[in-house]
Design a protein around this ligand. Structure first.
Ligand SMILES: [Mn+2]
Length: 332
């Protein structure tokens, strides 16, 4: 838990800033986007020039959250002209997650304030609001605003709720604790309608997403007596189904519906030919540890990394590692 006092001290540091940049991890998910929007709104109460950056255009699903106030897509050129007085990092504190920003980060003298709930941490912060027990970075932003008596407008409340709900799988995951529900409750009090938000976020899939799911399910394999599952997709499969990257968010969760599975992996061939692995675990297995060994990061129940070599090689390696991890947790 982070105390109200710590949130206020963080604000005292930020109060002196005029120009502020806010960044989150690449491939911004719901929580990253919610945190960016919330941090931007909060910072605007103290700083004159606040820009929240994403490294790619955001997923279509979340576009309505920033329809009136878009997030800035990062490009090195515009960054060359100016430098911020302070940098705020949300939903990550890991270099590998902000690759496009490396050259700027290395030459930046501005202090960094971090709001993060991940285990992996290798960026030096002037103020680190780290809380692994927090269900989402959006929750930390909401608490920070409350501690500093900042009132958000409706659009910002919606974005923070979207962030908190997406990182908790709409309040289904282990991290959906009392604090998450209570924070959500306060957002509802301020006018968020979860049913309406759910429809706008999750009942808007394009048929191409389901076409991809069908193809991915075709690749499904069970290992270790059905306790491990793997599946994959290739660029070729994307082409054939007509899916774009925006159609593919959180496909990995669909696999976990099989009862026998304890831990699972979805491999995806990236445009550059590298393989990304998304790892999930229902309990016992800490996939963050495995992801970290591969140079990636994440949470105990959801993590990811990039791997070189073929999908087949990656699969062999991951199944071997997950089998070993499972073994450690099996009672004799
Ligand atoms: Mn998060």
């Amino acid at each position: 838990m982070i105390r109200a006092e710590q949130y206020r001290e963080a604000m005292d540091v930020m109060r002196g800033w005029d120009r502020v940049w806010i960044i989150a991890h690449a491939h911004a998910d719901g929580d990253a986007i919610g945190s960016l929007i919330g941090a931007r709104a909060g910072l605007r109460t103290v700083a004159r020039d606040v820009t929240a950056f994403v490294f790619e255009p955001i997923t279509r699903r979340y576009e309505f959250l920033v329809a009136d106030d878009p997030l800035q897509v990062w490009d090195d050129e515009s960054a060359k002209a100016t430098r911020p007085d302070g940098l705020v990092l949300v939903d990550t504190c890991s270099r590998s997650q902000i690759e496009p920003f490396h050259s700027v980060l290395d030459s930046l003298s501005a202090p960094i304030v971090v709001f993060d709930h991940h285990k992996t941490r290798d960026i030096e912060a002037a103020v680190g609001l780290f809380d692994e027990s927090a269900a989402a970075a959006s929750l930390l932003i909401a608490e920070w605003a409350e501690a500093n008596e900042i009132t958000f407008d409706h659009a910002t409340n919606l974005a923070l709720f979207a962030g908190l709900s997406s990182d908790t799988g709409w309040f289904r995951y282990e991290n959906a604790d009392r604090r998450a529900f209570e924070t959500a409750g306060r957002m509802i009090e301020r006018g968020v309608h979860p049913d309406e938000l759910y429809r706008r976020l999750y009942c808007t899939d394009r048929p191409q997403r389901l076409a991809m799911l069908a193809r991915i399910f075709d690749t499904l394999e069970l290992h270790a007596d059905g306790r491990i599952a793997t599946a994959y997709y290739t660029q070729e499969m994307m082409k054939k189904s007509g899916a774009k990257s925006g159609d593919l968010e959180e496909l990995v969760s669909e696999i976990g519906r099989i009862g026998s599975i304890v831990t699972w992996a979805l491999f995806s061939e990236q445009e550059d030919g590298r393989v990304r692995v998304n790892l999930r675990s229902k309990d016992t297995v800490d996939v963050a540890a495995l992801a970290a060994r591969l140079g990636g990061g994440g949470h105990a129940r959801a993590a990811g990394a990039r791997m070189s070599g073929s999908i087949e090689d990656a699969k062999l390696q991951i199944v071997r590692e997950l089998t070993a991890d499972l073994g450690e947790h099996t009672d004799p």
